[in-house]
Design a protein around this ligand. Structure first.
Ligand SMILES: NC(=O)c1ccc[n+]([C@@H]2O[C@H](COP(=O)([O-])OP(=O)(O)OC[C@H]3O[C@@H](n4cnc5c(N)ncnc54)[C@H](OP(=O)(O)O)[C@@H]3O)[C@@H](O)[C@H]2O)c1
Length: 287
C-alpha cells in the first residue's frame, strides 16, 4: 500500500478526508496529545518538515494546510505568504513524489466565471494571490503534481469555527435573522464529496490542473436558503445583501465558480447535486 501524508488534516476538509486505498499520515498544527490520530506538523518550520518527511517517506502528499480566512489573509499578508506559499515550498524542498495541492477559484477575478482550467488567472485579494503563488511553486518544483481547484467547501456538524453551513443552521434554529450576500456565485462543494474526488484523482494517477465543484452554480443567499429548506428552517429569516454593503477587508471575486468538464471527460468524475449533498449531510448529522 502506498503512503499518503496529509497536511492540514484537522481542518474542515482534512477531518472528512478518507483515503481507504492508502496508509494515511494525518498532520496538522495540533499540539501532541490533543488528537491521537494527528501528527504535529507546522509546515512553516522547514526543519520539522524535513525530519517528518525523512522519517515517514510518503509516496504522495495531499497538501490542505493553509491560512484560509480570507479577511485574515488581507490583514496579515506576511503570515498568509508564510503559511500558504513558503509552507508549500518547504514541503516541495524535501519531497519528490506525487504532490497534490488543493487550490481555489479565488485565483480568478470573478468578472466572468464560472471558470475552466485554462482560463486566465487574476487574483484580487491576498488569499487568492497566495494560492496562485503556491500553484506556481508546485509547477516549478515538482515533477509529478495535481492542482485541484475547488470552491466554497462546506460541511455540517464538524464543529469548525469557520463553517458557513453550520453557522446558517445554528442561527436559523435559534430564530435569528441573518444577512447573506446574493452577488457571490460559486458551486459549493461538500467535504465528503470532495474527499471522494481526491481519492479518485489519486487512484487514476492524475496529473495537471483540475477543477471540481458541485453541479449547481448558486449565489451564497440561494445556498443558505437551500440549507434552510432541507433542514426545515425558516428561510424568511435570511435577508439578501450585497458584498459592497458587507464592506469586508478583502475584495471578493463575485462571478466565480468552476467548470468541471475536464475532470468529467478525463475520469468520468461527475459533480454531485448540492441539494442532494445537503440532504445526505443532514442524514449523517441526525444518525
Ligand atoms: N474552505 C473553502 O471554501 C476552500 C475553497 C477552496 C479551496 N480551499 C482550500 O482547501 C484546503 C482545505 O481547506 P479547509 O476548508 O479544510 O480549511 P481549514 O479548515 O482552515 O483547514 C486548514 C488547516 O490547516 C491548518 N494550518 C494552518 N497553518 C498551518 C501550518 N503552519 N502548518 C500546518 N497546518 C496549518 C489549520 O490549522 P488552524 O485552524 O489551527 O489554523 C487547519 O487545520 C485549503 O488549502 C484551502 O485553501 C478551501
Amino acid at each position: 500500500m502506498k503512503k499518503v501524508l496529509v497536511t492540514g488534516a484537522a481542518g474542515q476538509l482534512g477531518a472528512t478526508l478518507e483515503l481507504n486505498e492508502y496508509i494515511t499520515i494525518k498532520t496538522d498544527l495540533f499540539q501532541p496529545g490533543t488528537n491521537e490520530n494527528i501528527t504535529m506538523l507546522d509546515i512553516t518550520d522547514e526543519d520539522q518538515v524535513k525530519i517528518l518527511l525523512d522519517n515517514e517517506k510518503p509516496d504522495i502528499i495531499v497538501h490542505l494546510a493553509a491560512m484560509t480566512n480570507v479577511d485574515g489573509c488581507e490583514l496579515n499578508p506576511d503570515q498568509a505568504q508564510l503559511i500558504n506559499v513558503q509552507g508549500t515550498v518547504n514541503l516541495l524542498n524535501h519531497f519528490d513524489g506525487k504532490f497534490m495541492l488543493i487550490s481555489s477559484d479565488y485565483v480568478f477575478d470573478g468578472k466572468d466565471g464560472p471558470y475552466r482550467e485554462e482560463d486566465e488567472v487574476h487574483p484580487i485579494n491576498v488569499y487568492g494571490q497566495t494560492k496562485l503563488d503556491a500553484e506556481e511553486k508546485v509547477r516549478e518544483c515538482s515533477n509529478d503534481w495535481i492542482i485541484l481547484r475547488t470552491n466554497v467547501v462546506w460541511n455540517i456538524g464538524g464543529n469548525f469555527k469557520a463553517s458557513f453551513a453550520d453557522w446558517v443552521v445554528e442561527e436559523l434554529k435559534n430564530n435569528r435573522k441573518i444577512q447573506i450576500v446574493d452577488d457571490q456565485w460559486n458551486n459549493p462543494t461538500w467535504t465528503v464529496d470532495l474527499s471522494r474526488v481526491i481519492g479518485q484523482l489519486l487512484h487514476f494517477d492524475a496529473s495537471g490542473v483540475y477543477h471540481y465543484g458541485s453541479a449547481n452554480i448558486l449565489n451564497r443567499y440561494k445556498f443558505a436558503s437551500l440549507i434552510a429548506n432541507v433542514y426545515e428552517l425558516n428561510d424568511s429569516l435570511i435577508e439578501p445583501i450585497t458584498t459592497k454593503e458587507l464592506n469586508q477587508p478583502a475584495k471578493r471575486p463575485l462571478k466565480c465558480g468552476l467548470i468541471t468538464d475536464k475532470i468529467k471527460r478525463d475520469f468520468n468524475i461527475l459533480s454531485s447535486k448540492t441539494h442532494m449533498d445537503i440532504k445526505e449531510a443532514k442524514m449523517r448529522t441526525i444518525q
